[in-house]
Design a protein around this ligand. Sequence first.
Ligand SMILES: C[S@@+](CC[C@H](N)C(=O)[O-])C[C@H]1O[C@@H](n2cnc3c(N)ncnc32)[C@H](O)[C@@H]1O
Length: 395
Amino acid sequence: MSIPSVGDSATRPWTTVELFCGIGGFRIASDALQIDTVWANEIEERAASVYVRQFGDRGFVRGDLRQHTGEIPQHDILTAGFPCQPFSSAGKKKGVYDPRGTLFAEILAVIQRCQPRFFVLENVKRLLSMDSGKHFATILRSSIAMGYLLEWRVLNATWFGLPQNRERVVIVGSRDNGSLRSYLRAENRGLKSLENVALKFDPSGIREIGDKAQKFKNWGLSWGGKFIDKDVRLPVCEPDRNLRLRHILEKNPSSKFFFTEDTLKRIENSEKVDRYFNGVEILYNQKGGARMGYSIFGVNGVAPTLTSTTSRHYERYRVGDDYRRLTNVEYARLQGFPDGHCDGISPYHQYSLFGNAVPPCLVEWVMNRLVRDRFTSVEFAGSTASTQLELSLDR
Ligand SMILES: C[S@@+](CC[C@H](N)C(=O)[O-])C[C@H]1O[C@@H](n2cnc3c(N)ncnc32)[C@H](O)[C@@H]1O
């Protein structure tokens, strides 16, 4: 079946398709970069209604992606914050996983069929270590098999101006057209070959994507069945270390978010901690197993990772002399969405929608690097690759 075309003039705007679009974290980033979202899909009713309300229904398809992959038009960048499902090794050599039957396999099918110039996938950091790395090795292997070079990097929302410790792995796939460069590190462009990158980086560091257990480090490149990886320490941009949870709090939140008396009682069953962990101020922890106390956070650090897990939405924060949970508006702010993005949805459900979303500013940084490249590649042609690489590898 031929792929519906969106036009292929050299001057047309970049186009994107957003799979598992939720409330549109990638969409906000694409709009900011003037990348045209030509198709998007979401199965969950509330997320879909927020998406359509905010962005309209042009190109939006509600329902199970598995029923709709054949409708997806050609595009330049495929994006997906995909649900994390375990791969199975049934029917295969033990330890070699098979993505068939998972939603990741649907992503692969779309890539195979539409051959986007890039894909950008976002997921929890744990993807790198699940099943001792076998899960991620399967992702690398199957993407490379389709002719894509992969680069991944763990990015933290705090680097992009959000007071939330939220680490996510972003995977960029670029069609293997012989022009090799790193998109998720500093300015290393114009590289002659990936082997060259690897040799500069660490001569002994090139490894096969084998079946052996191997947790992957926070940055890496992968091509032709091989990869290099490294735990990079520096952020991609200088975080604002003065940005704190207290700076984004609502001034007068509704009384329904307060639990002061109840919390004071439960503090007796909690363990005093009073320290910072990954920038998060932790005042009390639940006493092991009792489930009577609470984790209680301060507001002088950054927020812990917001999730869609209901129990987390009731965690208490000490604000002045009061104890309360965060409001849905504070969730929006911590994720970098406009305050009213999910208006019309109950606060209870907004927590999950925001907790599941990708911070737009984080993926905007990534997509900007892909798009910008189209305009600057000429500048870099003929530059001395190795010098640039050496300058940038410690970032
Ligand atoms: C991790 S969330 C992605 C959130 C999104 N990036 C955002 O910014 O809101 C995964 C999304 O995939 C959706 N989803 C799960 N299974 C799906 C399916 N079979 N077809 C379409 N969407 C699905 C979920 O409802 C959820 O909204």
